[in-house]
Design a protein around this ligand. Structure first.
Ligand code: B12
Ligand code: SF4
Ligand code: SF4
Length: 233
């Protein structure tokens, strides 16, 4: 099958499985990205980025702390994303390609706090959204209130291109962050490191505190940078 037709069919399949957004990234620029294991991407040349949105009302209802409802649907979205990724990998295998789903929310390196592969870098390169001052992926349709997953593959899919950053002079995420973690530094392209955008430990510590102390919030979440973003609203 021709690449354009295969790509169109794959995108239809992903939307049918429950994805709200789907795009394809060329993996060539990722050759120096840190992954677990380090050669994770070697057999692959494309990455499919998939997003599931969370309802706006979940974030409207965050007042001074994350809610049990957010905690529940954070986990439900992760489960749905893992299922969509399995479906997309199955579709590619049925067309005789190799495809590896990367879990939606699995931390591999607990010291550096990294997953096997960063979904945000893939989503940015697949044109789903730009990396905002909060370091989250901001989609034009739903802002940062999307969760992400990735399927890497050797299929010759047609790649999308990154979107331009639309944060401009806005700094609402910085002002809303209860931990003072967001530095408010803008980028036209991408950040060289997480530390350029975020006081990373401040965010992590607040999430761990929420996890430890809030009843029925059994996952490390916060979400005020999501709530504050004008694109969420
Ligand atoms: C570890 C982790 C955390 C840690 C560390 C956060 C971090 N920024 O890395 C902690 C616990 C602090 C955390 C917090 C949160 N997290 Co978190 N987290 C992850 C996890 C599991 C791994 C991230 C990782 O490996 N980062 C590695 C670093 C180096 O990469 P990065 O953050 O993407 O940033 C770099 C790259 O994107 C790179 N880049 C950008 N473009 C390109 C292009 C190329 C070619 C290359 C090479 C690189 C590159 O530039 C950045 C700077 O170097 C991911 C799931 C996953 N596997 O991706 C979820 C994930 C990033 N988290 C997510 C969310 C929503 C949150 C929270 C809002 C918590 C919550 N749900 O309430 C906060 C937000 C914090 C913030 N403002 O960033 C979502 C983000 C969705 C989105 N719209 O962007 C993810 C993707 C989970 C998911 N499945 O959707 N998280
Ligand atoms: S998740 Fe909370 S603490 Fe972390 S950057 Fe966003 S608003 Fe700040
Ligand atoms: S709140 Fe404003 S600065 Fe922050 S990510 Fe959203 S648009 Fe960008």
């Amino acid at each position: 099958m021709k690449p354009a037709r295969l790509t169109a069919q794959l995108k239809r399949q992903a939307l049918g499985l429950g994805a709200d957004l789907v795009g394809v990234a060329d993996l060539a620029p990722f050759s120096r990205l840190k992954t677990y294991p380090p050669d994770l991407l070697a057999p692959y040349r494309r990455a499919v980025s998939l997003a599931v949105r969370l309802p706006r009302a979940i974030f409207d209802d965050l007042v001074d702390q994350p809610t049990p409802i957010y905690a529940n649907f954070y986990q439900a979205a992760n489960r749905r994303l893992d299922e969509i990724a399995l479906g997309v990998a199955g579709f590619l295998e049925d067309h005789d390609y190799r495809a590896l789903p990367i879990p939606a929310s699995q931390m591999i390196d607990m010291t550096e706090l990294r997953g096997a592969l960063t979904h945000k870098a893939v989503a940015r390169m697949a044109g789903l959204g730009w990396q905002g001052k909060s370091l989250l992926i901001i989609t034009p349709q739903y802002g940062p209130r999307v969760r992400l997953v990735t399927v890497v593959t050797d299929a010759p899919l047609k790649a999308n291109r990154p979107l331009a950053n639309r944060c401009g002079k806005c700094d609402q995420c910085r002002r809303a962050c209860p931990a003072g973690a967001i530095k408010g530094v803008g980028t036209g392209n991408r950040y060289d490191s997480r530390g350029q955008a975020l006081h990373f430990a401040k965010c992590r510590n607040l999430l761990m505190q929420n996890f430890a102390k809030l009843p029925k919030v059994e996952v490390p979440i916060c979400g005020f940078c999501i709530k504050a973003c004008p694109f969420t609203r």
